[in-house]
Design a protein around this ligand. Sequence first.
Ligand code: MG
Length: 159
Amino acid sequence: MLRIGEGYDLHGLSRGGPLRLACIEVPAAVSAVGHSDGDAATHALCDALLGALALGDLGSHFPSSEERWKGVASREFLRAVTGMLAQRGARVVNVDVTIVLQAPPLAPHTEPMRSALARELAIAKEAVSVKVKSADGLGPVGEGVAVEARAVVLVETPG
Ligand code: MG
């Protein structure tokens, strides 16, 4: 059976880089505020994967109230979620991630992002899309005080 999942995340930004997005480090004058490393793209992707199998959300599995997740690399969350899907015999067909950030421009980083996510998901890079946008100067993302990410995934399950 094919199942779809959707994920969304928003993190505030503070002075001082680097910025972690889609399991890579982007040189930037800002970094994301968060209990973990604040990787909004990976968090949105994890939520989409969990959503595809109706397994709750990222916060229910890795509560930000727990000290052990403080400062943890979000690739650890993605590995854990990928493992949960594999345990259920689920196969990720493709993922599509959109990151919205005013600055710096993320276009030079989409290929390394695709590679990093594909590696963690253990799927072909061709099945991983990363799209980037600015917010046209509008809203908190446009004002440069937040980063936003969305993800959609398709997962094939045995039953
Ligand atoms: Mg988050």
